[in-house]
Design a protein around this ligand. Structure first.
Ligand SMILES: C[S@@+](CC[C@H](N)C(=O)[O-])C[C@H]1O[C@@H](n2cnc3c(N)ncnc32)[C@H](O)[C@@H]1O
Length: 342
């Protein structure tokens, strides 16, 4: 919500003269974005600034309702209006139009469902300490949600993979890479492009592999990384956005399995949000705490600090732990560790 209080509004909120309605209305902002994206309003305005009536005619929408939505989107900071014509702001052009390299639209259904079907389970998750329905299990029978979730992770990965690949120390002699829960395969793909003799195996649940990248040196295997054979003799193992979805017990088990699958001296790379090294500021901290709640309610996981990830890595036998935060990878930091030679 690119919406900033003026001094009077900020004072009214600080003195609690007005109720904290933005938390109630925040969900409405999400639905306004979803409606605008699905009816084609954002994409139509990318083509040309238009009046509400022009948009309603072009997109066969109700003229009054379209006007109300346009007003709300203007208030939220997604549109600007001059002489009755609406135009996109920099925010909506970059993040909410089809085809923009930074578009958030592939994950629209995933985030809509997160708000409408997953978060209503928060109270129960807080009482029980675990989600009512494990997210990844529910994806196996829900193709629409699965498609949107994996399209979202692929869109995030596409932007960050080149920078993470540059930061990962893949030895020149390395031949075998395992991408645990690698889904779309884009992090592997970026490394395959840098190392022409490297071969990658992605292990993931069946629904995730439906839209996996194709490459002659990339093999996809359907299976559970907690239960099925991971293979052995790998030079490098990637665990990207995996550990945050696991309990400490599961993470410990997975890291021990990874250690067994690596050759001596091999490298494990944990890519995740570490939480103790993010952009300073209360808004960033709040986003991270909400993400932590999201991992709790959706998958029974959590945001861990680099220190906590390091403890898990050491307990599984890894050493020489280093932290990397590639500039081009704002939401995926790296903890790189080595399996000892002996
Ligand atoms: C948050 S996504 C991360 C995808 C990718 N690594 C990335 O960073 O973009 C988590 C992935 O783990 C997979 N996954 C979850 N539980 C799994 C399990 N038990 N076995 C194999 N894959 C699993 C999901 O299907 C999903 O593709």
């Amino acid at each position: 919500m690119p919406l900033f209080y003026n001094a009077l509004e900020a004072a009214a909120h600080r003195l609690s003269i007005v109720p904290p309605m933005f938390d109630y209305f925040g969900a409405m902002g999400l639905h306004a974005i979803v409606a605008a994206a699905r009816t084609g309003l954002f994409d139509a305005l990318r083509e040309r600034p238009s009046t509400g009536a022009e948009l309603a005619t072009a997109l066969t929408l109700d003229p009054h309702a379209t006007g109300v939505l346009l007003h709300a989107l203007t208030g939220l900071g997604y549109l600007r209006v001059r002489n009755g014509r609406y135009r996109l702001t920099r925010t909506s052009r970059r993040w909410l139009t089809t085809g923009s390299p930074a578009s958030l639209l592939p994950g629209l259904t995933f985030w809509e469902r997160t708000a409408t079907t997953i978060w209503p389970g928060l109270e129960k998750a807080i009482r029980d300490g675990a989600p009512a329905t494990p997210f990844y299990a529910s994806l196996q029978n829900d193709p629409e949600l699965s498609r949107s979730f994996h399209a979202w992770t692929a869109a995030m990965a596409a932007r960050q993979a080149p920078a993470t690949a540059r930061a990962i120390p893949v030895p020149r002699a390395a031949r075998r890479l395992l991408d645990v829960g690698g889904g779309h395969g884009l992090f592997s793909l970026a490394l395959l492009r840098r190392r022409p003799r490297l071969h990658a195996t992605v292990i993931d649940l069946p629904d995730a592999l439906a839209s996996a990248a194709a490459h002659p040196r990339l093999t996809s295997r359907a299976g559970s990384f907690l239960e099925d054979d991971l293979g052995g003799g790998y030079d490098v193992v990637l665990l990207f956005n995996i550990v945050h979805g696991l309990s400490d017990e599961e993470a410990g088990l997975l890291l021990r399995r990874v250690a067994a699958a690596l050759r001596p001296g091999g490298v494990v790379v944990v890519g995740d949000q570490f939480g103790d090294s993010l952009m300073p500021g209360r808004a960033s901290r709040t986003l991270l705490h909400l993400l932590d709640l999201n991992y709790l309610v959706a998958v029974g996981g959590r945001v861990r600090g680099l220190d906590e990830v390091s403890v898990l890595l050491r307990a599984a036998g890894f050493g020489r732990i280093r932290h990397r935060r590639p500039l081009g990878s704002p939401t995926t930091e790296l903890a790189i560790a080595h399996k000892p030679h002996h």
